[in-house]
Write a protein of this length. Structure first.
Length: 223
């Protein structure tokens, strides 16, 4: 559903049943700019393998997706049309789709064999310009999410640092990228609490608490 369509439903004072019925509409709507009619996916290029990526993202609730044709797992893709549309004359890539069963968000994992890109994971500061700086998901309790994530083997994106304890003793340490320093605190007087964290593939996530949530209001792909 487009935002216009959702607003029409709300303006008619339709209830939950109407929203549920509208959510089953699978006919693409073309009343939005550029024909945009649904949210599709978020792409993550991994530097190890799509299988490793799938295992890693399980801790956030993402699992391998399927559609009417079966598992959305495509290995050694060399399709000419895909490569050209992706900006290459030729390519070879593994593609694996993951789906979050509650929010219905799809992650599309890529691993490029050819051409080989930069496999060093970049780290951006929260205030760096350019690109999408984070993906925000709503959580029930931001503090609990913070504690749960800390307790997991989350392997957030790391910065290689050499820490000197004295002139002879040092370590090459990896620092996990919790952007939020310590337990998140409320945005008093506003009813919001959030935290930032960068995963091991360089994706910065915001875990936010306090905003109103409505299901059946965002259109997305189903496979």
């Amino acid at each position: 559903m487009t935002g216009l369509y959702v607003n029409e439903i709300r303006n008619e004072n339709w209830g939950t049943e109407a929203l549920q019925a509208a959510s089953t509409d699978t006919v693409p709507r073309a009343d939005g700019p550029l024909g945009i009619h649904a949210l599709s996916h978020v792409n993550v290029v991994v530097n190890d393998s799509v299988d490793s990526g799938a295992e890693y993202y399980e801790m956030l609730g993402f699992y391998p997706a399927s559609n009417a044709d079966g598992p959305m797992n495509y290995t050694n893709v060399t399709n000419h049309g895909f490569c050209v549309d992706a900006g290459f004359e030729s390519c070879r890539v593994d593609i694996l789709f993951l789906k979050h069963e509650i929010i219905n968000l799809y992650l599309e994992l890529f691993f490029y064999y050819e051409p080989v890109g930069d496999r060093k994971i970049p780290i951006f500061n929260t205030n760096d310009a350019g690109g999408i700086r984070h993906i925000a998901v709503e959580v029930v309790d931001a503090v609990q999410t913070y504690e749960d994530l800390k307790a997991k083997d989350h392997q957030g994106t790391i910065r290689d640092l050499i820490l000197f304890f004295d002139i002879l003793e040092y370590c090459r340490c990896t620092v996990t990228a919790f952007i939020t320093k310590g337990t998140p605190i409320p945005l008093d007087p506003f009813p919001y609490t959030f935290m930032y964290w960068i995963d091991r593939y360089g994706v910065q996530w915001e875990f936010e608490q306090g905003r109103p949530v409505e299901y059946y209001s965002v259109a997305g792909i189903t496979g």
